[in-house]
Design a protein. Structure first.
Length: 270
């Protein structure tokens, strides 16, 4: 099998303050060599982290850098290790180049998923450029400010039996069990999320942070990483065509903006 794409792996807005917001799962692009092999359902890319650029539009106003993926996670998952190691041993997860949806339905109409050679091509064309941009932007901000924060922005359907029982809390903060971020900062963020009326929050629950949080969060070296996995029901419809809910999103945005402001205040006070 072959693979090629003429679409850049990411978009990057370079900000002026010590915060990088990463959005590795907002991409929806499917190169023809992939799209033509997928099922009709898979081509609607239902497991996308929908509308996060719109939801976090204020990040640029705060002076943050914003790095956003362009390709669907079905092409290559930017929040997985390049060797496809399972980040949650003993639990079901999707891989670097997934072959099924979150509902465990096949992605490829004839079962003809990518072989090792194609996976390597996808990794080189999309995964590596995204991570190079992420590392370079963190290095730029750290060189300018001394301390830098990384906010890895995600969202997911609130009910997914494959990955967790029951309904997910609205705010799922992850700091790799405290390894990727200062404990006091994480505690403050949990307090803020827990105080949002009508919403629930947890720190290092089912989602503790994926590859990005674990790889780049190095508090001892002045890089503090936090993942936020939002339940999609908090700001959008979880049913196709996955419409943005202006009313719910507008109610949620002050909390998100306040959390990013807390992260910035922390980084700038070091």
């Amino acid at each position: 099998m072959s693979f090629s794409t003429d679409t850049p792996a990411f978009t990057l807005h370079r900000g002026t303050r010590p915060l990088l917001v990463s959005m590795p799962h907002v991409g929806t692009h499917l190169p023809a060599s992939v799209s033509q092999r997928l099922t009709a359902e898979a081509r609607t890319v239902p497991d996308t982290d929908w509308h996060l650029e719109r939801l976090y539009h204020f990040a640029r106003e705060l002076g943050a850098s914003v790095l956003a993926a362009t390709h669907s996670r079905y092409v290559v998952d930017l929040n997985r290790p390049p060797d496809n190691a399972n980040l949650y041993p003993g639990q079901d997860t999707t891989g670097l180049c997934p072959v099924d949806t979150f509902d465990k339905t096949p992605l490829y109409a004839d079962g003809n998923g990518p072989d090792d050679a194609e996976i390597a091509l996808r990794r080189d064309a999309i995964w590596r450029p995204y991570h190079q941009a992420l590392a370079d932007e963190l290095a730029r901000l750290k060189a300018e400010h001394g301390t830098v924060a990384l906010w890895d922005a995600h969202s997911i359907r609130s009910v997914l039996p494959r990955f967790f029982d029951g309904k997910l809390p609205d705010f799922n903060l992850g700091t790799a069990n405290g390894d990727s971020c200062d404990a006091a900062l994480a505690g403050r963020l949990l307090e803020q999320a827990s105080a949002v009326p009508g919403h629930t929050a947890v720190l290092n629950g089912r989602f503790k942070g994926g590859y990005i949080t674990r790889q780049y969060g190095k508090p001892g070296e002045g890089v503090h990483a936090v993942q936020l996995e939002l339940s999609q029901c908090a700001y959008m419809s979880e049913e196709y065509p996955f419409a943005y809910d202006e009313t719910r999103a507008t109610a949620l945005q002050p909390a998100l903006r306040g959390m990013l402001a807390t992260v910035l205040e922390f980084a700038e006070s070091r």
